[in-house]
Ligand binder design. Structure first.
Ligand SMILES: C[S@@+](CC[C@H](N)C(=O)[O-])C[C@H]1O[C@@H](n2cnc3c(N)ncnc32)[C@H](O)[C@@H]1O
Length: 255
């Protein structure tokens, strides 16, 4: 059976949920980098425009999104016409040097074969003194699942991500990548975990749609259905812990 590819609107929904997880990191990095004063802002790997769309409504600067997927760009342009979306490869940004005050990415480095190349391209197109922000990069190697029956989900999902050509342990590498890129004032951190209540039914459905897509063909449907039941029960009885360390990094371009 063919793996179900998520449509742009399913992806958009998924990205909105992920953006809610990382809202605290964004606020912190937007303050550090003084986003309010940035005139030209670029997101690389902007997907359906959730993050750069938010920036375009919160800050006065002109916003640009670049993604390799033209379908994602078309969807993003419809939702957020005030941002200019460009189709291109983050490893070869189609902009001259010093074009932007701030350049950022969010859940991108995980997906690219050479994240160091993307970050140095982001530095190239950012003016001296401007900021490069990696807002969120997960580290599935550090994932914690409880109760223990659910650890299998984490292991299988990590394997499935690696099979898709990603680097599931990118989070722990962002400091090294930013330091090697020669930025000034490199700051790196990890999003903390807090568990109060449980995710909404909508969030859990979205999580399981993504899991079913990632794990397609690796587990019999019945086993997947049982894991889902255990997951939902653990959320509803208040015992569930799911923690994927999610790192951020920022650095200022040397003058
Ligand atoms: C997980 S999505 C994140 C989208 C968006 N940043 C967000 O968080 O809502 C990663 C995006 O990176 C894009 N992408 C992957 N490789 C890329 C590359 N080499 N250059 C530009 N975009 C790329 C994908 O098409 C996808 O839209």
């Amino acid at each position: 059976m063919k793996k179900h590819q998520l449509s742009p609107s399913e992806l958009h929904h998924r990205y909105q949920i992920q953006a809610a997880w990382t809202a605290a990191i964004r606020s912190k990095l937007f303050t550090i980098s003084n986003m309010q004063a940035a005139n030209h802002i670029l997101e690389v790997g902007s997907g359906t425009g959730v993050i750069i769309g938010e920036i375009s409504t919160r800050f006065p600067g002109l916003t640009f999104g670049l993604d390799i997927d033209p379908q994602a760009n078309a969807f993003a342009s419809d939702c957020n016409p005030q941002t200019c979306y460009v189709t291109g490869d983050g490893e070869q940004l189609p902009f001259p040097e010093d074009t932007f005050d701030t350049t950022l990415c969010h859940f991108l480095m995980l997906w690219v074969p050479d994240p160091g190349k993307i970050i140095s391209e982001m530095a190239r197109v950012t003016r001296p003194g401007g900021w490069v922000l990696a807002l969120a990069e997960p580290d599935y190697g550090g994932r914690i699942d409880y109760p223990k029956e659910l650890a299998e989900i984490g292991e299988l999902q990590t394997e499935a991500l690696a099979a898709q050509g990603t680097d599931p342990c990118i989070g722990r590498k962002v400091r090294d990548i930013f330091t090697r890129a020669g930025f000034l004032e490199v700051q790196v951190g990890v999003l903390g975990g807090e568990w109060t209540g449980s995710p909404s039914k909508e969030e859990l459905d979205s999580e399981w749609r993504t899991l079913a897509s990632d794990l397609h063909g690796t587990l019999p449907n019945e086993m997947l259905a049982n894991l889902r039941k255990t997951d939902l029960k653990a959320w509803s009885d208040g015992s569930r812990i799911l923690y994927v360390p999610t790192f951020y990094a920022c650095g200022r371009v040397a003058g």
